[in-house]
Ligand binder design. Structure first.
Ligand code: SF4
Length: 377
């Protein structure tokens, strides 16, 4: 059973939305972002508040077809749909209604088109970073990426009307490292049998870490740590890893279904363990450190070479004693979909690949596939 009920996450969301409304009334800007390559420390030092937008939802996905071709991935469709719904009375209190601008990082083609479409249809300013597809951190690529981070800092400071105080970058990095460290400590508990923390908990924690103020989140994470420590352990259930495209907040059905019968003990997700896997250096020049950190952050399938994604998967299989991989890709998400064949060959454990959108129609069929997979482990 999850330690963090879904209702608690929704309560936090409502509280945070009220806080953000107050900040906006006081003239402070709220900046939305999607990719975990977005440098939130720069947004904060520029005087704005970053919030990750990863709500998802089937209604929003369908609504998004008004703006993007229907063969866009569900993440991008639902993002457009959520912006559209945020402008209706029905969802006037959504985070999507509160953002003053977007910071986009175009790691895949769709994440390049998405900010442009948001600007075009919803008239929001967008600041786009180009993340080189080639992931080896060669000096000329780092130099170019640093130039873009400097550009972003200057643009955001002009947007908020605040001075960009570079000396505040390292303290912001320390604060991000602190939050990631808390999450790693909690995540380590999943190495044991009968893990105290479920995958739903980890996804909820990362969701909250990307929405809440750092201090508020740290308080909450300490409470979760206490609860996790007092939970009795015993389990002979299968230990699984979850991988694939982004798992949005309203796309948790599969995770919850698997967790009725097995333990998901680790994942390959940017909304999960990859979000807190690494820390940023705090010695020396802060902008150099951020450049290195974001350029080399635990890689995803959108960049090449992607051997490190496979190495990370194999490390996790060993460290967390994983019996099987559930690989959930989203419809039209080519970067993750195309890798399913190689992953099946290389991972060395049984793998179930599920491809779909946010629709609820085929859930019973999926449940049967998951159960058959678990029985054969
Ligand atoms: S990586 Fe896949 S799911 Fe994510 S934005 Fe790109 S196409 Fe969509």
């Amino acid at each position: 059973m999850a330690l963090i009920p879904r209702e608690r996450v929704e309560e936090f969301r409502v509280e945070r939305i009220a806080e953000l409304q107050d900040f906006r009334r006081a003239g402070i800007k709220v900046i939305g972002y999607f990719s975990y390559y977005a440098p939130v420390e720069i947004i904060r030092v520029a005087g704005a508040i970053p919030v990750r937008l990863m709500r998802g939802g089937y209604d929003a996905e369908v609504r998004g077809e008004r703006y993007l071709r229907s063969d866009a991935c569900p993440v991008c469709l639902s993002t457009m749909g959520n912006f559209d719904m945020a402008r209706s009375e029905r969802a006037a209190d959504s985070l999507y209604a509160l953002v003053d601008a977007i910071v986009g990082v175009n790691t895949c083609d769709l994440l390049h088109r998405l900010p442009e479409s948001i600007h075009r249809y919803f008239n929001l300013p967008v600041f786009e970073l180009y993340m080189p597809r080639t992931s080896e951190p060669l000096p000329h690529r780092l130099t170019e990426f640093k130039r873009q981070l400097e550009w972003l800092a200057a643009e955001l400071a002009a947007f908020t009307g605040q001075e960009f105080e570079r000396e505040r970058l390292t303290p912001e990095v320390r604060s991000s490292n602190h939050v990631r460290g808390l999450l790693r400590t909690l995540d380590d508990r999943r190495k044991h049998d009968g893990p105290a923390l479920t995958e739903s908990d980890v996804l909820n924690l990362v969701t909250l870490a990307t929405i809440l103020d750092g201090k508020r989140f740290a308080q909450f994470a300490a409470d979760v740590e206490l609860k996790a420590g007092s939970r009795p352990r015993s389990s002979n259930r299968s230990r699984l890893m979850l991988g694939g495209s982004e798992v949005a907040e309203q796309d948790r059905w599969l995770v919850e279904t698997i967790e009725q019968k097995a333990d998901i003990v680790t994942d390959l997700l940017s909304e999960g363990t990859r979000w807190f896997a690494d820390d940023c250096n705090t010695e020396g020049d802060a902008m150099d450190n951020l450049t290195n950190f974001y350029f080399t952050r635990s890689p995803c399938m959108t960049r090449r070479p992607n051997d490190e994604v496979y190495a990370n998967a194999q490390r996790r299989v060993e460290e967390f004693r994983v019996h099987g991989l559930v690989y959930k890709t989203l419809l039209y998400c080519d970067p993750w979909n195309f890798e399913a064949v190689r992953l099946r060959k290389e991972i060395g454990i049984p793998m179930l690949h599920i491809d779909g959108n946010y629709s609820t129609e085929n859930r019973e069929q999926l449940r049967t596939r998951v159960e058959a997979f678990l029985e054969n482990l």
